[in-house]
Design a protein around this ligand. Structure first.
Ligand code: DP6
Length: 324
């Protein structure tokens, strides 16, 4: 007999080669491959219980009833799981983040990775890692990268079956640390889903996408060889190219704030003074500052002296999704 309740834990991930723009928005088939590492210190724990006595799904996030838009996105995702269930039941979903929701740290990747694992298990589906990654991708593209462990590549594919993520090095392979400098905690006006839909309006997007295999190969090689100098150069270039596309979309998206730019310049000046450090920035103003373990305390202290950084979260490389 299949169990109708399951709980899973997943970590968010930070992309070094970014996903921006879809070939297919509905299926979340990306225009380009991307590469990331999971963040061990941050996690989402989600339990899903399918029950025959419910009229609709019920979603609790960090002890609060979720907003209608969040419930709708989760219900639409659960419909994909329900298609494969003999009896279509609604569910109670209880989700907790170990980091503040309003901190401006993306939670959709860990949220949909944990939800995919818990919901599919509760539904009695026996999915392998690739199938689970494909399912998580339907909820949020970057969530497919939070399924495998450590350093992960999302093979973009051209249709549902071929678009999923794989691990290319375990979490312990390289002691990279992500120091997330939070400069603004308010919710962003234009989220990633709406942003992806604008990517094709930028004349720079085709150049970004066509050069992506080169950047990704360089980044993967830098990680495999633990070559921080090469890693820093390609990670900052990739982040800057994605933001160039955002800033030249119609309408334009400018996620940077004055504090973002201040941090970018500080990171570059520390590196020019010999400290191995670099930045990458997602669809928001916060700055992910990357370095190796041996330099992390010094970098963290430097970041804490910058008043524009309201908080700094520190994370090592993390495992993949796990059922608990
Ligand atoms: C800038 O995965 O959040 O963080 O698929 O619409 O949920 P949806 O988008 P999402 O996009 C992530 C964009 C990014 C870059 C990245 O993580 O690769």
């Amino acid at each position: 007999m299949s169990k109708s309740i399951a709980t899973a834990v997943a970590h968010p991930n930070i992309a070094f080669i970014k996903y921006w723009g879809n070939r297919d928005d509905a299926l979340r088939i990306p225009m380009n491959a991307s590469l990331s590492m999971n963040l061990a210190a941050l996690s989402t724990t989600t339990s899903v219980e399918f029950r025959c006595d419910l009229q609709q799904d019920d979603l609790l996030i960090d002890g609060q009833s979720a907003a209608p838009a969040a419930l709708q996105r989760v219900s639409a995702f659960l419909d994909i799981v329900r298609e494969q269930m003999p009896e279509k039941q609604h569910a109670i979903i209880i989700s907790r983040n170990n980091f503040p929701m309003g901190a401006g740290i993306a939670s959709s990747a860990s949220a949909f990775a944990a939800l995919a694992a818990a919901a599919s298990h509760a539904a009695g589906l026996d999915l392998d890692e690739a199938a689970l990654s494909r399912l998580a991708r339907r909820g949020s593209g970057s969530a497919c990268r939070s399924i495998p462990a450590g350093f992960v590549e999302w093979l973009p594919g051209r249709e549902d079956e071929s678009s999923y993520a794989v691990s290319f090095a375990p979490a312990g392979h390289w002691n990279l640390v992500d120091l997330i400098a939070v400069v603004n905690r308010t919710h962003k006006e234009v989220g990633s889903t709406a942003g992806h839909a604008l990517a094709a309006t930028s004349p720079l997007q085709s150049a970004r996408v066509s050069d992506c295999p080169r950047r990704l190969a360089l980044c993967r090689q830098a990680i495999l060889e633990k070559d921080f100098v090469a890693f820093a150069a390609i990670v900052e270039l990739d982040s800057d190219m994605m933001h160039a596309v955002m800033q030249t979309s119609t309408p334009p998206l400018l996620y940077w704030e004055a504090a973002t730019l201040e941090l970018m310049q500080k990171v570059r000046s520390w590196r020019s003074q010999g400290l191995p450090v670099c930045y990458t920035i997602d669809a928001g103003p916060n700055v992910h500052v990357l370095c190796q373990q041996q330099d992390a305390t010094q970098v963290e202290e430097l970041l804490e002296q910058i008043t524009a950084a309201q908080a700094v979260y520190r994370s090592d490389t993390g495992s993949g999704v796990q059922l608990v």
